[in-house]
Design a protein around this ligand. Structure first.
Ligand SMILES: *Cc1c(COP(=O)(O)O)cnc(C)c1O
Length: 391
């Protein structure tokens, strides 16, 4: 079901339930077929020469990948979307599409660590000058923009510490200099923030997180506006980074329920974050939907909601207290990633920060709030805090 732009407006959950695929396209089956394909046959030599048919080879799209990418386009308001094998590939492919030797690229300092590693190692080796900016910089980013600045890469809120950024102000400064803007939008999903509506050129998602939703699939999506789509698509074909059909299908399946899951993640995380602010042993809670958060006004202005991932700072102590907290948890799992149905906790390392490095006054613990009952989760956290206070 694809509602033409400008026609009647449908609700977000209706869009999630039906977007990207019309059951009448495939014998009425509610879900699209999972097309496992390399070769696509042509009816005759002339068609094979001109490639004048909808599908031509597995790397160039299938009915399965088209269904997911069309659904994401409708959510993002993008001209086109590619599906790649991981969230990290969704970061690296657009950077390779728009950066060349001699270019300068700005990255927010609170970036997802593997994005920084790619920038510092591979982009630097390829001759790109990489520079970091503090997340709170806003329009002042203009002072860091050079004649060869080609890309400004944002992530809002920031990884692990959840700083907000003034996206429209940064976009305005980047646009004035002719730079392409990219934003890793994994935390908010297109339900709670739509980067392209705020002038961003490219929206990036680790679909591994909320779209997948079950900690059992790796996938990334990259959505571009009209201005950037052709170059992104061309790079995708050049690199050969297509995602596998089963993973694409799993993510489309996840999208159908993402709205209701996110509502629950949002409500539970906010309840727990507010409660944590009153708990002994907690110095502060880093969640942009809390009024105490320094980026709250920006979050309220630009975002429609908050997902289930935030951090809190323990009141003093160090690694022994952090480990005592984590080891006392019985429901929260200890592990990387997030966006699944189950709660997770991790002691985050902030040693990679350069221009925004600061002392938080205690260990920073990141919580992914899953779909369990909040009373059980709070009991688990309380158990951890008691253990930490004794460590
Ligand atoms: C997890 C994550 C990624 C990478 O996703 P993978 O599928 O694990 O490679 C990228 N950006 C952000 C913000 C993430 O949280």
């Amino acid at each position: 079901m694809n509602v033409p732009p400008g026609k009647k407006k449908i609700g977000i959950n209706t869009q999630l339930a039906h977007g990207g695929y019309d059951p009448r396209d495939y014998h009425g089956f509610v879900n699209p077929p999972v097309v496992h394909a390399s070769t696509v046959l042509f009816p005759d030599a002339q068609t094979m020469k001109t490639r004048n048919q909808k599908y031509t080879y597995g790397t160039r799209g299938t009915p399965t990948s088209d269904a997911l990418c069309a659904a994401v386009d409708a959510l993002e308001g993008s001209a086109g979307t590619i599906a790649v094998p991981s969230g990290l590939a969704a970061v690296t492919v657009p950077l390779l599409a728009f950066l060349s030797a001699g270019d300068h690229a700005l990255f927010v300092d609170s970036i997802y660590f593997p994005t920084r590693r790619f920038a510092d190692s591979m982009l630097t080796r390829l001759g790109v000058e990489v520079e970091y900016y503090p997340p709170e910089m806003g329009e002042d980013i203009a002072s860091l923009i050079k004649p060869n600045t080609r890309v400004v890469f944002m992530e809002a809120p920031g990884s692990n510490t959840f700083e907000m950024q003034d996206v429209p102000a940064i976009v305005a400064a980047a646009r004035a200099a002719g730079a392409v803007t990219m934003l890793d939008n994994t935390w908010a999903t297109p339900l709670y923030f739509k980067p392209l509506d705020h002038g961003v050129d490219i929206s990036i998602h680790a679909a591994t997180k909320y779209p997948g939703g079950h900690s059992d699939v790796l996938l990334g999506t990259v959505s571009a506006n009209e201005r950037c789509w052709e170059r992104l698509w061309d790079t995708y074909l050049t690199l050969g980074t297509c995602a596998g059909p089963d993973d694409v299908y799993q993510v489309l399946r996840g999208l159908r329920t993402m709205g209701v899951r996110l509502e629950k993640h949002q409500a539970s995380a906010l309840e727990i974050a507010s409660w944590l602010e009153t708990q002994p042993g907690v110095k502060s809670v880093l969640h942009p939907a809390l009024e105490s958060h320094p980026g709250h006004a920006i979050w309220k202005r630009d975002f429609r909601g908050a997902s289930g991932l935030f951090s809190f700072v323990m009141d003093g102590g160090g690694e022994p207290q952090a480990h005592a907290f984590l080891d006392a948890l019985e429901i929260f799992g200890l592990g990387a990633s997030w966006g699944g149905y189950e709660s997770l906790a991790v002691h985050v390392s902030l040693g990679d920060r350069t221009v925004s490095a600061r002392d938080y006054g205690g260990p920073v613990i990141r919580l992914q709030i899953g779909l369990e009952d909040t009373s059980d989760l709070m009991e688990d956290i309380a158990r951890g805090l008691v253990a930490a206070s004794r460590a």
